[in-house]
Design a binder for this molecule. Structure first.
Ligand code: ZN
Length: 273
């Protein structure tokens, strides 16, 4: 069978409180994950990944990294809350459109952009790739984001035609629900809620092997190995169930890799499946 290449691209970094990535529950401050009333010693710098799936017939982008606006006017772009909790930096050449160009692609070459969820560090670069053929986000995720103007910034997707998809019964994920992107089982958007209302993990299967792009189910392998939850959640029980599912998948002998969006150990590389 033909090979599929998955480019792991780092598109900027975010500076966050360590409680956001790996919640210890040790702080008495319920807003510790936002960095509010917390010392800078708790700050950590994490990459913001996006992924280009290169199938011989299709080009799929998963998440969009940081927008170039964070370079020049981060405060007005992010607003006061996100500026406090989630400062972003984007070096020259790391915006998603700049990286696609380096790989020899135009943004209009992308068949589908999949947004795993609508937090700003996943959707920020969307307007840089808005001329992709189709832009997809789950309907539950969209509803959750539209109902929470503190956490989400709808200006990042306003004016961009989003295609809402619904999860369907399948053998994947915590509720046996997923969305098969091309109906051939190769790219499954698996329902892994908890961090947000409708977040998906992207499972790519080819030649009897698979990888998981697990978005923010966890922030690194210790998250699913030791079941350490992120600090920000929509539903904590669902988040633990999702992380349990990721752990089981990671132990499968056909699993090549599980990659989180903000794993500090991840460097840009290409996986061939
Ligand atoms: Zn994130």
């Amino acid at each position: 069978m033909c090979r599929i290449n998955i480019h792991v691209l780092n598109s900027g970094v975010v500076i966050v409180d360590s409680e956001l990535a790996f919640s210890t529950g040790e702080s008495h401050n319920p807003l510790a994950f936002t960095g509010l009333f917390r010392s800078k010693v708790h700050e950590i710098t994490l990459p913001v990944s996006a992924y280009l799936i290169e199938h011989p017939k299709r080009l799929v982008l998963v998440d969009t990294g940081c927008h170039t606006d964070v370079r020049n006017h981060m405060f007005s772009y992010l607003g006061p809350f996100l500026y406090l909790a989630n400062k972003a930096y984007l070096p020259e050449g790391e915006a998603i459109n700049e990286q696609l160009q380096k790989l020899g692609y135009k943004t209009s070459d992308i068949d589908k952009v999949v947004l795993t969820h609508l937090d700003c560090d996943h959707v920020s670069g969307l307007k840089l790739v808005a001329d992709a053929k189709s832009i997809m986000v789950n309907n539950l995720e969209y509803d959750g984001a539209m109902g929470n103007p503190v956490r989400y910034k709808k200006s990042m997707w306003e004016g961009v035609p989003l295609k809402l998809f619904e999860y369907r019964a399948s053998n994947e994920g915590i509720a046996h629900r997923s969305y098969d992107l091309y109906g051939d089982g190769v790219i499954q958007l698996v329902y892994t809620p908890g961090h947000s209302k409708g977040m998906c993990t992207v499972k790519i299967t080819n030649n009897n092997k698979f990888i998981l792009l697990t978005a923010d189910c966890g922030y690194g392998s210790k998250s699913w190995n030791d079941l350490i939850l992120p600090g920000l959640n929509y539903d904590k029980e669902e988040m633990l169930e999702a992380l349990n599912w990721v752990q089981l998948q990671s132990e499968d002998s056909n699993c090549v890799a599980v990659i989180a969006n903000h794993d500090a150990t991840i460097k840009p590389h290409v996986i061939s499946l």
